[in-house]
Design a protein around this ligand. Structure first.
Ligand code: CA
Length: 674
């Protein structure tokens, strides 16, 4: 139930009521009386929808129940009449084909099928790889013209284990649109290609800021073509997170400098990826195959009515996404679609990782195929997702790619809501505090986070707040975080839950919270701008809030310079020490030892045995979430003091002889021994 509520918050927010095109149980039943799709022929060829070769331009649409099908050709991306209509012929695997002997580069096309005796609306299809304004029409372009110079040699960072990654979640517009960014291409893919940009105070912004911070991967919020922002009216400065997919295989037009030119958005996205790769930073794409923005008039519905979605017994759309529909990855053609789509992004755009929205709407077999297929493209690619749904689904629980089923999924990681809610307080109650802000009783759940939800002899999962068993078989299956685009971001959560605290005290709490995340086993994940202590003015659901809420004010980097420096050192510490990046549950059980402590809001543990090849024999970590100093007994030194009283230096602040030590309020004490 918890999870259901959780993502309602993520997803219901994404779509306005206007996008719910039919009342449950009404029109759907009439349109799609046949709920048995198992007899449909399927087609997995690479030539679906469009190919261009020396023999001409070829169309192949998968639409097993169409009575007729046709292609309409257009000279422009919109507002023009069709110049030609091609009648398609029924072909193998439920497809329809048509060809012309010319290479129609520069033209646009749509498909249209006759179904149940009537012609449905035109659609760019489900495999449009290039589109014009608002994705209304698909485009025929020569993809070789979309590659920036040097693209053939472009490579993302090599990643031996996902736990080596430090993930930074960002939205194109948040990151660059504020005047203080000093960036020219504000809100665009190209923003991340600009070097040498600075804040008014002369501090680095943009891609230089990312390099300075030290993150290994950026996770970009949806960047495929989504529905909500009107690309024909970009000066209106609309904002949306983009969890309303329209064309899954083409980039979003509002992030390009010219949405009407189909090649521009592709080339500019590639330029962004290339620039990040040259900076040593990988690119993770947020993908939302679990639902579409529209129902009956989605591209799925207009090519194969009913097939791509799950339904209730009465024929209405089931709704595990909370957005009006849910897709059916358990059907062959949809399974193949998801797998081939991520493969396409990995091959054509050199994407380094994928974050699956509401992943538990998909079946385990599909996610396994996704991971296995991507590993063949590039073994450095990693995959993670939200291991929950936003509503019930006809898909049996044991087949869902749930957090609780992650041990059954090789090469897939899930977000740990355990550590998130335990450290900073529950997401659903703004005022609720967590371990790092003085609420007692959450120590065991924080420990679940520390061991990456793997089995550990000293962690009692029955005392866990969210999960009651060690659901991860390895820390490589866990993403640790305390803040993301959803819900109150950390700065706002602290402001609302600690109303009497000073900003300095809240910054201390943020440091403690992130120190727990970044030293825990699993993969750390942070939300853009936390490192400069930005806020979103208390808006917990800013999916379409204006720039005044979402944009990062880069002047904060000078104002909160100490905070930025702390994050830098924290990331440096993690990257320098493999002890924080173990890859097996066995290693964690063997090398992590918790100390017996009696006080609430106090956790003390050691990482022993030069864990995972670390240069440090022992690392002692003590977290004090209370607002009082605590006294602890530590073995005799000499120790190198890494963190103390709200300060952290990866190479050491000072030395200590050990013995009885004080842990300052709301801070961590980290000691290391060679
Ligand atoms: Ca769009």
């Amino acid at each position: 139930m918890y999870h259901l509520i959780k993502t309602m918050c993520t997803s219901t927010t994404l779509l306005s009521a206007a996008l719910f095109t039919l009342a449950p149980g009404a029109k759907a039943q009439e349109l799609y009386p046949d709920g048995d799709y198992s007899s449909y022929p399927t087609y997995d060829g690479a030539d679906l929808e469009l190919t261009v070769d020396n023999a001409g331009t070829h169309f192949r649409l998968w639409s097993p129940k169409a009575q007729e099908a046709r292609v309409l050709l257009y000279p422009t991306d919109r507002n023009s009449a069709a110049t030609d209509t091609l009648t398609m012929k029924a072909a193998e695997g439920g497809t329809w084909t048509a060809s012309v002997p010319d290479q129609l580069y520069g033209s646009f096309y749509t498909f249209q099928i006759k179904y149940d005796g009537r012609w449905l609306q035109e659609t760019p299809g489900v495999w449009a790889k290039a589109v014009g304004t608002n994705g209304e029409r698909a485009a025929i372009i020569d993809f070789s013209t979309t590659n920036p110079e040097g693209w053939a040699d472009d490579r993302g960072p090599e990643v031996a284990s996902i736990t080596d990654a430090v993930i930074y979640e960002m939205h194109h517009r948040d990151f660059s649109v504020h005047p203080s960014s000093g960036i020219v291409h504000k809100g665009k893919f190209l923003a991340l290609t600009e070097e040498g940009t600075t804040s008014p105070e002369g501090l680095k912004t943009g891609i230089d800021h990312l390099k300075e911070l030290g993150v290994t991967h950026v996770h970009i919020l949806p960047s495929y073509d989504y529905n909500s922002v009107d690309e024909a009216n970009l000066p209106a400065n609309q904002y949306n997170w983009g969890y309303d997919p329209y064309n899954y295989n083409a980039p979003e037009g509002s992030y390009s400098t010219d949405p009407a030119n189909p090649a521009t958005r592709i080339r500019e996205m590639k330029e962004m990826i290339q620039a990040l790769h040259e900076a040593g930073i990988g690119v993770v794409m947020d993908v939302v195959y679990n639902h579409t923005a529209n129902n009956d008039d989605s591209n799925f519905s207009l090519t194969a009515p009913g097939y791509y979605y799950r339904h209730r017994p009465d024929g209405s759309y089931s709704d595990a996404s909370g957005c009006g529909n849910e897709t059916a990855s358990d059907r062959r053609q949809m399974h193949d679609y998801i797998v081939n789509s991520v493969k396409y992004w990995a091959e054509e755009y050199h994407i380094d990782g994928f974050r699956f929205d509401l992943m538990a709407i998909h079946d385990i077999a599909t996610m396994d195929s996704v991971a296995a297929t991507l590993a063949r493209v590039n073994p450095s690619i990693f995959v993670y997702g939200e291991g929950w749904t936003a509503g019930d689904s006809p898909l049996p629980v044991d087949q869902r790619a749930l957090k609780e089923n992650v041990a059954k999924m090789e090469g897939i990681a899930v977000f740990s809501d355990d550590i998130r809610d335990a450290v900073k307080g529950h997401y659903s109650d703004a005022k609720d505090r967590g371990f790092a802000t003085g609420k007692p009783g959450l120590e065991e759940t924080v420990k679940i986070g520390i061991v990456g939800a793997t089995a550990h002899p000293q962690v009692d999962y029955t005392k866990g707040n969210n999960s009651k068993f060690a659901y991860a078989s390895a820390p490589t299956q866990i993403i640790n975080y305390v803040s993301c685009h959803d819900d109150l971001m950390l700065t706002d959560k602290l402001a609302i839950s600690m109303p009497d605290a000073t900003e300095a005290e809240r910054q201390r709490a943020a440091r403690l919270a992130q120190t727990i995340v970044f030293t825990s086993q699993g993969t750390p994940f942070m939300f853009a701008g936390e490192e400069v202590f930005r806020d979103k003015k208390g808006v917990h659901n800013s999916y379409k809030s204006p720039d005044s809420i979402n944009a990062i004010d880069w002047s904060l980097k000078a104002k909160n310079a100490d905070q930025f420096h702390y994050y830098q050192e924290l990331i440096k510490l993690r990257k320098a020490h493999p002890a924080f990046r173990m890859t097996s549950a066995e290693d964690i059980a063997k090398n992590i030892k918790f100390d017996k402590v009696e006080e609430p809001n106090l956790i003390s543990y050691s990482i022993l045995n030069n864990a995972n090849g670390d240069s440090w024999r022992e690392i002692k970590l003590i977290f004090n979430g209370s607002d009082e100093a605590r006294t602890v007994k530590v073995a005799k030194g000499p120790w190198l003091v890494i963190a103390d009283d709200g300060q952290l230096c990866a190479e050491g602040l000072s030395t200590s002889a050990g013995g009885t030590l004080t842990v300052a309020p709301r801070s961590s004490l980290i000691l290391a021994k060679e």
